[in-house]
Ligand binder design. Structure first.
Ligand code: PLP
Length: 426
């Protein structure tokens, strides 16, 4: 039995205190798309472990890949040494990523991949003898992680890191892109004009624009139009600033494209991936750059990217990522995403008219119910668990991002739980 009293007294859980206000549920095992609680209850996982376990849990191919790697070489330092899982993975990432991303840095979490992306941009401008370009431009409602650099480009007003606003490096926040995923909208609007106007005055000090393409995740589960991303690329080029896309939440199929920026048909100079990279098996992330960015950085003093974590390119994590990507590519993942999207639309959209519901939106394997009140999350979560679903609402948002191989009856349990919870709680 898990010693819950010990957990309560000694362990920090995410964004929580000790003891936490709501006791965590004790999990005995995972299986497919199910979380099996210690008391035997099975919950359909609507979160895919914070958007990472895209093949569900314990997938035999991932388990085998990890088991094999554990026998050969669980870990080895990456300084001065290399190994096949890392090289294979780099090749896969370079092949699959939007052209012309070609160079790969393996980080150990999404936040660290963002730190590395920011550092690369800073070192790039130092190498080009423009050290005054050291400020980042980003947008409201963005979220990029919990480490210092990542916090500094996360919207200070979204509540997650507002506490640190006074001590973080100061960067610029443009208005958030207007909400609404619409492929047809192509005319530049005032949101993109605001960015351009800002750069007109400040481009000399801006190293890069960083943002989550198409879907802003933890900062509001907001979807926006691909044209914004396309126009952003043009603006970044016009004003000679780098463009960093954070695809940590969106990468590997979640929105219906392998990478969300493919909706816009453009690519960034630097891109971060994580979460679903290993199918949720191990912690691993990566920062990719173009040849030009890497060349500039490597051909100027100090001729090195100044980062190198202990667990960089952990072979077991790389093996999991290789297996996960192979599994994704040989599955009919686009069909699966379309199928999930259709189900989420059919089931959740009717809630738009429910009193207390501000908005319902669906894109790919993401279904979001935005509420008018922001104090209902614990009750919604309890109700979902009673209905056999694991969901983790936050603020006004009640959403699901399930595994891509979720069965129809499991998906129905998820949406059924969301509907019941909204009808009873809101
Ligand atoms: N960037 C984005 C867009 C994210 O959604 C997250 C996590 O939710 C991160 C960065 C941070 O990743 P990690 O939690 O692996 O550090």
């Amino acid at each position: 039995m898990i010693n819950l009293a010990y957990d309560r007294e000694h362990i920090w859980h995410p964004y929580s205190c000790i003891p936490p206000p709501n006791a965590p549920l004790p999990v005995a095992a995972t299986e497919g798309r199910h979380i099996i609680l210690e008391d035997g209850r099975r919950l359909v996982d609507g979160m895919s472990s914070w958007w990472a376990a895209i093949h569900g849990y314990n997938h035999p191919e991932l388990v085998l890949a990890v088991a094999r790697q554990l026998k050969t070489m669980p870990h080895i330092m990456f300084g001065g040494l290399t190994h096949e899982p890392a090289v294979d993975l780099a090749e896969k990432l370079v092949t699959l990523s939007p052209v012309p991303l070609k160079k790969v840095f393996f980080a150990d979490s999404g936040s660290v991949a963002v730190e590395v992306a920011l550092k690369i941009a800073l070192q790039y401008w130092m190498a080009r003898r423009k050290p005054q370009k050291h400020i980042f431009l980003t947008v409201r409602n963005g979220y990029h992680g919990d480490t210092f650099g990542a916090m500094s480009v996360t919207d200070p007003d979204n509540g997650m890191h507002s506490l640190f606003a006074g001590v973080l490096p100061k960067h610029y926040f443009a208005p958030a892109p207007h909400m609404g995923f619409d492929l047809k909208l192509d005319e530049p609007a005032d949101d993109i004009a605001a960015l351009a106007a800002f750069l007109d005055h400040h481009h000399d000090e801006i190293a890069a624009i960083i943002l989550e393409p198409i879907v802003q995740g933890a900062g509001g589960m907001r979807f926006y139009r691909p044209a914004y991303v396309r126009q952003l690329r043009a603006i970044a080029d016009d004003y000679n600033v780098l463009l960093i896309f954070d695809e940590i939440a969106t990468g590997f199929g979640r929105t219906g494209k392998l990478f969300a920026c493919e909706w816009a048909g453009i690519s960034p100079d630097i891109m971060t991936v994580g979460k679903a990279l290993t199918g949720g098996m191990m912690t691993l992330a990566a920062t990719l750059t173009t040849e030009e960015v890497a060349y500039t950085l490597c051909n100027n003093p100090p001729r090195a990217l100044m980062h190198g974590p202990t667990f960089m390119a952990n072979p077991t994590a790389c093996a999991a990522a290789n297996a996960s990507i192979e599994l994704l590519l040989k599955s009919a993942w686009q069909d699966r995403i379309q199928h999930i999207e259709a189900h989420l639309q059919e089931q959740l959209m009717p809630l738009s008219d429910h009193p207390g519901v501000a908005d319902v939106r669906v894109l790919g394997a993401i279904g979001v119910i935005e509420l008018e009140r922001d104090d209902l999350a614990p009750r919604l979560q309890d109700m979902a668990v009673r209905e056999g679903a694991w969901l983790r609402p936050f603020g006004r948002l009640f959403y699901t991002m399930p595994a891509f191989n979720i069965e129809d009856d499991e998906l129905a349990t998820l949406t059924g739980a969301m509907i019941t919870a909204v009808k009873q709680v809101v």
